[in-house]
Ligand binder design. Structure first.
Ligand code: FAD
Length: 440
């Protein structure tokens, strides 16, 4: 029977970060993957989404400059955009395996499951290890309604070879907003259906409302308080049936959330505790079995499930597994972004969770040169300062919110004040040169 110092289950960013860290420390490592090598982000998550979004951003920017140098609105050629996207996604699985081999890390394709606390089985082969890393991620949840077999997922959307004319997204999370933005700009009629009145609930309500208003102006339809009960196929189309509402579409995507991939692992045999959100860990990302660690989206911990968080945790796990005195994980502030149009982003303490001693400053940047030069319809920020006038959080809405939020994240992490920033010269005119206007 083969034996390793460590076996990593799952080849997404979390698992691979842990695997490389362990290998660098001289450990013998095996990575197991049951599906696409590289996991969600580069195959069916952030990266393909952002490639498709790039086409949309180019089109939207020209739309904003109609009659300001541009007359015609270009249309998105979906087939070509998809072909361009595949140049990014197609090579990923082979590249990832190649990179592992180059680093001296073994890899095996198949579903891993525990036989006991130190043995797993993959494709009938038994493998022993001193330590394990569980990095099995999440998959889309499918609503348990009649006709659920007609529902498609975000992964299906990202690889659509042709774009359906009428699309419904069920769910009010960031994935629905982002994919709706892409589909609409590429020419589909899009409806977002949500079960209550408060989509994107982790974000500031007033900012979300501004985003929805803007998306409605662009032509995206929202149907709130709609509880989907049934999906019926009618020829090539589908009918979504809810109490008091019916919507016909050519494709219906379920984006109601994601669930942990852990059933196949037989975790009870390894004495690993789970709850309905995922694998339970302590502040050292150690499970109830001290030889088994977990990181990334599979964690039950309520951190945003994002690529840089999964990478941070994978790196941490590799350190902690080599050094029992390594301190508990300390997360910096985590920026989260909705790549809609406009984009919305937040970091740190925002208006709704600010203390009474904090001060929230609302800034309308729409007429600032940065935004006006590209004729952006809206650019707003809400900044939270503590008693010492230290920036501790922000919410931003604009086409450039994704870049600005990272600048603000740096200022928060570095505890920079306006006087610190005034010591630097930034390139002008840029988002960075606006920063000192945003600080107190
Ligand atoms: C549509 C979409 C868009 C996103 N956009 C962004 C974004 O813009 N920015 C951002 O930061 N994040 C984004 N995310 C989230 C991001 O993709 C995840 O947070 C990240 O990929 C999590 O990485 P992971 O390594 O924890 O899990 P994953 O990448 O999901 O990897 C887990 C792997 O484990 C494998 N596995 C599961 N069970 C077993 C088993 N028993 N045996 C062997 N292998 C197994 C799975 O096949 C999978 O490949 C997006 C996600 C989606 C779905």
């Amino acid at each position: 029977m083969k034996k390793y110092d460590a076996v990593v289950i799952g080849s997404g960013v979390a698992g691979l970060s842990a695997a490389y860290g362990l290998r660098e420390a001289g450990k013998t490592v095996l990575v197991a993957e049951e599906d696409l090598w590289g996991g969600t982000c580069p195959n069916r998550g952030c990266d393909p989404k952002k490639v498709l979004l790039s086409g949309v951003e180019a089109r939207n920017r020209i739309k904003q400059l109609q009659n300001k140098g541009f007359d015609e609105l270009p249309t998105v050629n979906w087939e070509e955009l998809q072909a361009f996207k595949r140049t990014f996604t197609d090579p990923v699985p082979e590249d990832r395996k190649q990179q592992l081999s180059t680093a001296g890390i073994d890899h095996l394709t198949g579903t891993a499951r525990f036989l006991d606390e130190s043995t797993i089985e993959i494709n009938g082969e038994k493998i022993l290890a001193d330590q394990f890393v569980l990095a099995t991620g999440q998959r889309p949840t499918i609503l348990p309604v009649e006709g659920k077999e007609y529902l498609k997922t975000s992964a299906d959307f990202l690889s659509l070879s042709s774009l359906p004319k009428r699309i419904v997204f069920i769910g009010g999370g960031y994935i629905a907003f982002e994919l709706a933005t892409i589909a609409h700009a590429a020419g589909s009629e899009v409806t977002i259906v949500h079960h209550n009145q408060r989509p994107l609930k982790a974000f500031e309500e007033s900012m979300v409302q501004l985003l929805i208003d803007q998306m409605k102006k662009e032509g995206i339809t929202f149907a709130f308080d709609v509880n989907t009960q049934k999906i019926v196929q009618e020829g090539d189309s589908y009918r979504l049936i809810a109490e008091g509402t019916e919507i016909i579409a050519d494709a219906i995507f379920c984006s109601t959330g994601r669930q942990p991939n852990m059933e196949s692992l037989d975790l009870d045999k390894a004495k690993v505790e789970t709850d309905k959100h995922g694998i339970v860990v302590n502040d050292y990302l150690q499970t109830s079995n001290p030889a088994i660690f977990a990181c990334g989206d599979i964690l039950s911990k309520r951190r945003p499930k994002l690529t840089p968080v999964a990478t941070f945790e994978g790196n941490y796990v590799a350190q902690r597994m080599q050094d029992e005195t390594y301190p508990a994980i300390q997360y910096p502030v985590i920026p989260t972004i909705v790549y809609a149009s406009p984009k919305m982003a937040m970091v740190g303490i925002t208006k709704s969770n600010a203390a009474s001693s904090d001060q929230v400053v609302e800034v309308d940047m729409t007429n600032w040169f940065t935004y006006h030069r590209v004729n952006e319809p809206i650019a707003k920020a809400q900044l939270t300062f503590d008693q010492r006038d230290q920036l501790i959080g922000a919410s931003v809405l604009s086409e450039q919110a994704d870049e600005l939020i990272d600048d603000l994240t740096l200022l928060i992490n570095q505890k920079m004040m306006k006087k610190d920033l005034d010591r630097y010269i930034m390139g002008y005119p840029t988002l960075a040169s606006d920063l000192s206007y945003l600080l107190k």
